[in-house]
Each structure stands twice: as structure tokens, then as C-alpha cells.
Design a protein around this ligand. Structure first.
Ligand code: NAD
Ligand code: ZN
Length: 370
């Protein structure tokens, strides 16, 4: 078992990482003193795989826990389904001491955390992430929320979980495309913070592809440590936390332009990292060698590195200017200096962005997205 601590004063918590943890989570709940009614939120896919095992473990400790299943998919991470969850919580009589358990990927984690944050002005919640993306990224750090037709993740809060339980065995059932999309975020941590991790991902590629338990545990633990360290320094993204957005300025534009239908989030981040590394080169912040290292590793993990030719570059730039993270039309890019170190570059000139997008254009669209 690995433990990673997220240090945030009275909101500190532990991330528990182990293979086969799902059936043992109940054993770790005693310190939380869960005496009220509690609720597990999940979707049919994850419930079918892990729901009963988790519930048995919780119930074996005489902890009261109902299960609420919402449909599977990003389209259900919205206000309507949050309202539905809140209504069920009220009907079940959950009170201020009740706890929500989020069992699933980032969609379940985000909507559950959001409901926990607003129900009776905030009740405890526990994350049990089952996708690689959720294990290394979304379950840690306390960003919660739902989508609005006018923008993704536009309604939300900063609200930390009480604990995070990661059973690395859950990756064995995860579709390969989801796993690789999560790997894009893993590569991101290497570029922004840790050249040793970056090197590790290169050296042990083959074993990571086959989900060798020791390799997988190592990368999940390392990513959680990095995220915990960054969030511990800047919980509400006033400064350094922004570096976690490496690749994301362009990724969000790609996702918006394609209506979230072409790319998995991690795939868009993969392209975004290559593009933003190229922008860093154009701006004289990094060199060819660094750009090539980043591009090669992303490619080696079977992730896209190109932008489909059909996408309109001007409208991508337009989306970047409207991104919630860019202040009044100014575009901020996280630019790598070398592997393991990035800088936040504000007010990037469009003239420097466009060439990097054109550079990444690919003509054979069959390569993209599927
Ligand atoms: N809060 C944050 O800091 C943060 C960070 C990054 C992303 N996000 C959010 O996370 C969401 C994406 O999360 P995601 O990539 O985990 O997608 P997801 O939650 O939609 O999960 C992907 C698919 O995998 C299925 N699944 C989950 N675990 C499985 C398992 N072990 N075996 C088989 N199938 C499994 C799910 O049912 C779903 O169909 C987005 O909404 C994004 O905005 C949030
Ligand atoms: Zn991301």
C-alpha cells in the first residue's frame, strides 16, 4: 500500500493506493466515524464491475450506504443530474454528517464532489477513482463541477475530498483508449515537474502498456505526489497550479471546436502539449531537442500529435481567447523550458500560436480520434 498526503491545513487528506483495494475500503473507514446515512454515486458500467464489492466492504463495517446509479457519460455531468442526485439525497434523509462516495471516472467524481460541496452547505465525500485519468488527476485537488451548455465545467467549486482510495486493479477493465488518454496526463506531469518520471515512462513503456503492477503503482503514486505538492502550494490556482494546464489551452479549444465528439480529453491534451511545446520553441523558450522528446513520447504511447486539417485554425484561436482561464482575450500558454520545468507565458501573441497549429496539421484524418 502506498500513501500520499495532500497537505491543506484542516482540509488535508490521504490518498491510499494499492492493488485489490476495492474489497478492503471498509477497513479504512473507521477513523471517519460514518454514523449517518451515506450514499454511493456511480454509473451502470462501473457499478457492474465494482459496485457490489465496494458496497459489501462498506456494509461489512455496519456503515449505512445507499447506492444511486446515474447514466454513464459526460453529457450527464450537468445541472439536471446534479439536481437529481441532491433530490435523492434529500429523500434518503442524508444530513450534515453524511458522506458521499464517488465510484467511477472523472465524470462521477466531479458531479459527486459538486453535490457534496453544496448539499447542506457542504458534507464529506470520498473519491474512489476507477480510470487512469481520475486516479492521477481529477480525484486529487478538489476541483468539482458540472457542465453548462455555454461551457464545460463552468459551474463548480473547490472542495476537497475526505480521502481518495485508488485500486490500481480497476485499470485491468478500462478500455485501452481510456487508458492511453490517461497516459497523456501522466506524460504531462513528467514535462512540467519531473524529468525522472518522463524518463521512466520512456524506459518502461512496454511494461506500462501491459499494466505491469509495479510500474503502474509507481506512476500513479508519483503523479499523485506531484499533484499533491502543487495543490498544497496553490489550492485555488492563483499561481503555480496553472502549470497543470500544460497542453490544455489548445486542448480545450480542440474539444470545443469538435463538440467533445472527436477526442477524448487526454487525446486533446496530447495534441495540445505538442503544439504548446512548439509555441515555446517559436518564442525561444525551449529548443528542438525538448520538443522532439515530448512529441516522441506522446507518439510512443499511441496518442495523436496532429490537428485534423479540417479544423479551422482561426476558430481554435477564438476559443482560446474565450477560455475561462484566459483573462479578457489574452492567451496564456504553459511553455516548457526543458523536461521537468515549465513557465507560465501570459499574453502570447496570436502570430506565435498560428504557425504552431499549422505545423501540426495532418491530412489523413483517419489517423485521428479513433
Ligand atoms: N476535477 C478535475 O480536476 C478534473 C481534471 C481532469 C478531468 N476532469 C473531468 O473528468 C472527466 C473525464 O473523466 P474520465 O476520463 O475518467 O471519463 P469518464 O468518467 O467518462 O470515464 C470514462 C469511461 O470509462 C468507464 N469506466 C470508468 N472506470 C472504468 C473501469 N475501471 N473499467 C471499465 N470502464 C470504466 C466509464 O463508465 C466511462 O464510460 C471530464 O468530465 C473532465 O472534465 C476533472
Ligand atoms: Zn486534463
Amino acid at each position: 500500500m502506498d500513501f500520499v498526503r495532500v497537505e491543506l491545513a484542516d482540509r488535508s487528506y490521504t490518498i491510499y493506493i494499492s492493488s485489490g483495494l476495492m474489497g478492503e475500503i471498509g477497513d479504512f473507514l473507521t477513523p471517519f466515524n460514518l454514523t449517518s446515512k451515506n450514499m454511493l454515486i456511480t454509473n451502470p458500467t462501473v457499478y457492474g464491475l465494482y459496485g457490489q464489492r465496494l458496497l459489501n466492504s462498506i456494509h461489512s463495517k455496519d456503515i449505512h450506504c445507499k447506492c444511486l446509479i446515474i447514466p454513464d457519460g459526460e453529457t450527464y455531468k450537468d445541472y439536471f443530474w446534479a439536481y437529481h442526485i441532491l433530490s435523492e439525497m434529500l429523500k434518503e434523509g442524508l444530513d450534515r454528517k453524511s458522506c458521499l462516495f464517488a465510484l467511477g471516472g472523472g465524470v462521477i467524481g466531479d458531479i459527486t464532489g459538486f453535490c457534496a460541496s453544496i448539499y447542506m452547505r457542504g458534507i464529506p465525500f470520498i473519491q474512489i477513482p476507477t480510470t487512469l485519468l481520475a486516479q492521477v488527476d481529477s480525484s486529487v485537488g478538489g476541483k468539482t463541477g458540472v457542465n453548462h451548455p455555454l461551457g464545460k465545467n463552468m459551474i463548480g467549486s473547490f472542495y476537497q475530498p475526505m480521502a481518495v482510495f485508488i485500486d490500481t486493479n480497476t485499470l485491468n477493465t478500462l478500455p485501452n483508449r481510456e487508458f492511453l488518454a490517461g497516459m497523456a496526463e501522466v506524460i504531462k506531469y513528467g514535462v512540467i515537474w519531473d524529468d525522472e518520471l518522463f524518463q521512466y515512462l520512456d524506459t518502461y513503456k512496454d511494461e506500462i502498456f501491459t499494466l505491469a503492477p509495479a510500474r503502474i503503482s509507481h506512476i500513479i503514486r508519483r503523479c499523485c505526489e506531484i499533484k499533491a505538492e502543487i495543490v498544497g502550494k496553490d489550492e485555488k490556482e492563483q499561481n503555480i497550479r496553472a502549470i497543470l494546464n500544460f497542453g490544455h489551452t489548445i486542448a480545450h479549444a480542440l474539444e470545443t471546436e469538435t463538440n467533445y465528439e472527436v477526442f477524448k480529453h487526454g487525446e486533446a491534451v496530447a495534441i495540445g502539449m505538442v503544439a504548446e511545446a512548439n509555441i515555446a520553441k517559436i518564442l525561444g523558450i525551449t529548443d528542438d531537442v525538448t520538443v522532439k522528446k515530448i512529441t516522441d513520447l506522446i507518439f510512443a504511447y499511441g496518442l495523436p500529435t496532429y490537428i485534423p486539417m479540417s479544423l479551422n485554425k482561426d476558430s481554435l484561436i477564438h476559443h482560446m481567447q474565450k477560455d475561462k482561464k484566459s483573462l479578457v482575450g489574452r492567451i496564456t500558454i504553459i511553455t516548457p523550458k526543458r523536461i521537468g520545468e515549465v513557465k507560465v507565458t501570459k499574453d502570447v501573441d496570436i502570430q506565435h500560436i498560428k504557425p504552431s497549429l499549422n505545423l501540426l496539421e495532418v491530412r489523413d484524418e483517419k489517423d485521428i480520434g479513433d
